[in-house]
Design a protein around this ligand. Structure first.
Ligand code: PMP
Length: 354
């Protein structure tokens, strides 16, 4: 560090993204990306006139993308916010709704960025322990008395809460924002988007990074009551109103029009997830009941970190977390059926000590 950085920022522990190794070709299953390419409509949108028009600043109001999202999700444009990946929305929400005297409550095992943003804005964290099977006990999120953040399906575990529980949590915390992070909802969760019409405190965010094969484009969006959306726009216009570039806006709009292609890809992932889970269980691993595009597997014949390292030697990248609760686990993104066959061949070899 330079010595110029503020004392507060100096003390922060940053988020650690999944490895992006380039030393050889890996089967990359460590950041929950889609194994399928962006749709042809997206490819066409990011060429020709869109590229020539890069001389212009992007539409700060993202009108076409927002209108298309509103039509897709059955809400009004004033209920939609778009951002540079959903991390941006999380950042804005923590900035806006948490602080030194405004604590935030979230599950102990979840998306690592929640802690980072809480620390950034000096918000005390109330981390709720998991049930022994890594599920969430919704009762512990009722009447929280502070901002609540829940990933549903949850990060790292993939376990989803039923919509009825999310509704009870939103209803019991009407004085505080309840942020439901639905990054993985398209792989089998129940979305709370419809509930945003009923609960003014409910902020639902999603991303194009997983089910819509656009992690590199950086598109996230939120759906909520118009007043919450206005808050987020106030922050966006106070930081960087050009945060969604014009190629990304065009790509996002095109992706929404190719819904069938992405829905079919999600169905493939769900089928392959079930197959992979059964294979891992047959080898003696505990595997979470995931509704996301990844599985958390552990407590098996090979220790989590060892499995991660041995798979890496075989050019397969999965995720291992330093969190002591997850030390004996790996998180495996679901790739294509062919990729998962290769993963299972490799895991079987490792388990049998070959
Ligand atoms: N929320 C959760 C739970 C995630 O796992 C991720 C992906 N790492 C994100 C949000 C952020 O995704 P993005 O910024 O790519 O939209």
């Amino acid at each position: 560090m330079s010595g110029f950085l503020s004392a507060h920022l100096n003390t922060l522990t940053e988020y650690v993204p999944g490895e992006q190794l380039q030393d050889r070709r890996y089967i990359k299953l460590n950041t929950n990306e889609s194994p399928f390419p962006a749709s042809e409509g997206v490819v066409a949108a990011v060429s020709g006139q869109t590229v020539r028009d890069l001389r212009l600043y992007p539409d700060t109001d993202c009108r076409l993308l927002i209108r298309t999202l509103a039509d897709t999700y059955g809400v009004e444009p004033e209920n939609v916010f778009v951002s540079n990946g959903s991390d941006d929305i999380l950042n804005f929400a923590f900035m806006g709704y948490c602080g030194p005297d405004r604590p935030v409550l979230f599950p102990e095992v979840s998306y690592g960025f929640y802690q980072v943003y809480a620390d950034l804005y000096r918000a005390p964290c109330r981390k709720i322990p998991m049930n022994p099977d890594f599920s969430i006990d919704p009762e512990k999120y009722m009447n929280a008395g502070c901002t609540v953040v829940i990933a549903n399906p949850n990060a790292q575990t993939g376990i989803a809460l039923p919509l009825a529980d999310i509704e009870r949590i939103a209803a019991s915390n009407r004085e505080h924002v309840v942020l439901v992070d639905e990054a993985y909802v398209d792989f089998g969760g129940e979305s709370a988007v419809g509930l945003t019409k009923k609960y003014k405190n409910l902020l639902v965010c999603q991303t194009f990074s997983k089910s819509r094969s656009m992690a590199g484009a950086r598109v996230g969006f939120a759906v909520a009551d118009a007043e919450l959306i206005a808050d987020l726009n106030k922050i966006r216009y106070s930081t960087n109103p050009y945060n969604i570039n014009s190629m990304t806006q065009a790509a996002g709009t095109a992706a929404l029009k190719d819904a069938q292609y992405y829905e079919e890809n999600c169905r493939k992932i769900v089928r392959t997830r079930a197959w992979t889970k059964a294979q891992l269980e047959a080898l003696g691993f505990f595997v979470t009941d995931s509704s996301a595009n990844f599985l958390l597997a552990g407590r098996g014949p090979v220790q989590g970190k060892t499995l991660y390292e041995k798979l890496r030697e075989k050019a397969i990248l999965v995720r291992h977390f330093s969190d002591p609760q997850l030390d004996d686990y790996v998180r495996i993104t679901i790739g294509t059926q062919e990729q998962m066959q290769q993963v299972m061949d490799a895991v079987t070899e490792i388990v049998k000590g070959r």
